[in-house]
Design a protein around this ligand. Structure first.
Ligand SMILES: Cc1cc2nc3c(=O)[nH]c(=O)nc-3n(C[C@H](O)[C@H](O)[C@H](O)COP(=O)(O)O)c2cc1C
Length: 181
């Protein structure tokens, strides 16, 4: 289970989808705040979810969540999933992404990397505890963020194959992905 990335920019620059629920009932939203590291001797991913998000309900209810990263061509889709709420519309269906079960949670066929997390800890980022005035500006009347730390239990990756010698339903130029074991 390895994953090499530029941790200081991967959330901020690439964005990710945070997803929780099961295939029949789940929600997803775009996140650009997050981290990965170690705590309590375990590899973890941390995400920050405003209490006003529909995804927050799923994060509270579910034991697992996924953080998935996508190729650049999906940026527009991530922009929409990060501006519309699943509470108001079927934004996942509209996005064209293909949801799939992964362990005890959900990810998407189109994701390059999916980090599967088991919830370990959550706590509100109490605005009155914020010392940095720039950070405090995020809470002028807006809902607070809850921090969720999840143990990384799996990392699934898709690998682009050299398609030169591969024929997929007769389409030699098809972009073909396979999941690594
Ligand atoms: C690039 C980008 C990054 C975002 N990052 C976060 C984040 O880290 N935490 C958060 O609570 N909302 C974040 N949002 C906002 C949510 O994705 C957005 O409010 C979304 O519509 C919530 O959907 P939901 O109500 O279906 O959960 C981000 C939005 C965008 C476009």
């Amino acid at each position: 289970m390895t994953f090499e990335t530029d941790i200081l920019s991967v959330f901020d620059k690439q964005w990710a989808l945070l997803t929780a629920g099961n295939k029949e009932n789940f929600n997803t939203m775009t996140v650009s705040w997050g981290g990965m590291g170690t705590i309590w001797g375990k590899p973890v991913a941390t995400v920050y979810v405003r209490t006003s998000r529909y995804t927050h309900e799923f994060m509270d209810r579910e034991d697992y969540f996924t953080v998935s990263f996508f190729p650049e061509k999906y940026r527009k889709v991530l922009g929409v999933l990060g501006s519309k709420s699943g509470r108001d519309m079927d934004k996942i269906n509209d996005s064209g992404l293909t949801a799939k079960e992964i362990q005890k949670s959900v990810t998407f066929e189109e994701a390059e990397i999916t980090i599967v997390c088991k919830k370990m800890f959550m706590q509100r980022l109490e605005p009155s505890n914020i010392m940095d005035p720039d950070a405090a500006k995020f809470y002028n009347g807006d809902a607070p963020h809850d921090m969720y730390i999840g143990e990384i239990v799996d990392i699934k990756r898709k690998k682009t194959l050299d398609t030169a010698n591969i024929s997929l339903s007769g389409e030699t130029n098809a972009e073909l992905f396979v999941e690594e074991p």
